[in-house]
Design a protein around this ligand. Structure first.
Ligand code: GSH
Length: 209
């Protein structure tokens, strides 16, 4: 089956694309850009964007990333990551239904308990309050990493590390917050040093800011 991932790397498409590199998947990358980043997303000759009819036919939410696996279409970056990991199998995937449940738990935890505040920090909005609000969830992750051999679960690097790292990283500008959590800081640096992440990040750096 042919795999296609839609979304520029300067978007949450970085998550499934980092994972796809980890898994050695062959895929087509369609760099759909966010419409709000264009002066006129509807202008003739505008690049394929989240408001383009051709992309809305793939994802009527008008959001990236999306995945096509043959005729199967999937939205939501974390659902796509979980799907790709399960489909590929191996060390990054859940070994049993309990690991699968824990991966779902950590994905939902990151999206609901961390992402709204980490994104605020990334955007420079309410940085103090958002950093303060992240102390409790970060303390939970810190403890988990310390007791789990430096990984989110399973004593090994899995898709859960990618999903959580990609959401925690948005808060990186809050240096004082990270200074309080050395296990998170070193886990994030180690995850981002992996060749698959480096490859994604190098390609992302080539995209227009
Ligand atoms: N919960 C969604 C969020 C998707 C999302 O908000 N994507 C942004 C880019 S990171 C987007 O496509 N924005 C386009 C727009 O708002 O027009 C996911 O994780 O995939």
């Amino acid at each position: 089956m042919s795999l296609t991932i839609y979304g520029v790397l300067r978007s949450r498409a970085s998550r499934p694309i980092w994972l796809a590199h980890e898994l050695g998947l062959d895929f087509q990358h369609v760099p759909v850009i966010q419409s709000y980043r264009l002066a006129d997303a509807a202008a003739p000759g505008a690049p394929l964007n989240t408001a383009s009819p051709d992309f809305l036919a793939v994802n009527p939410n008008g959001l990236v990333p999306s995945l096509k696996d043959g005729d199967f279409v999937l939205h939501e970056s974390l659902a796509i990551c979980l799907y790709l990991a399960r489909k590929a199998g191996g060390e990054l995937a859940p070994r049993d239904s309990q690991e699968e449940a824990l991966m779902t738990q950590w994905a939902l935890w990151a999206a609901t308990e961390v992402e709204p505040k980490s994104l605020s920090i990334l955007r420079g909005v309410e940085v103090e309050a958002s950093s303060a609000g992240l102390r409790r969830p970060f303390a939970v992750l810190e403890q988990q990493l310390k007791s789990g051999g430096g990984f989110v679960l399973g004593g090994r690097f899995t898709v859960a590390d990618i999903m959580v790292a990609e959401i925690v990283r948005y808060a990186a500008a809050s240096k004082a917050l990270f200074a309080e959590f050395p296990a998170i800081s070193s886990w994030l640096a180690t995850a981002q040093a992996r060749p698959a992440h480096q490859r994604m990040a190098a390609d992302r750096a080539k995209e227009p800011a």
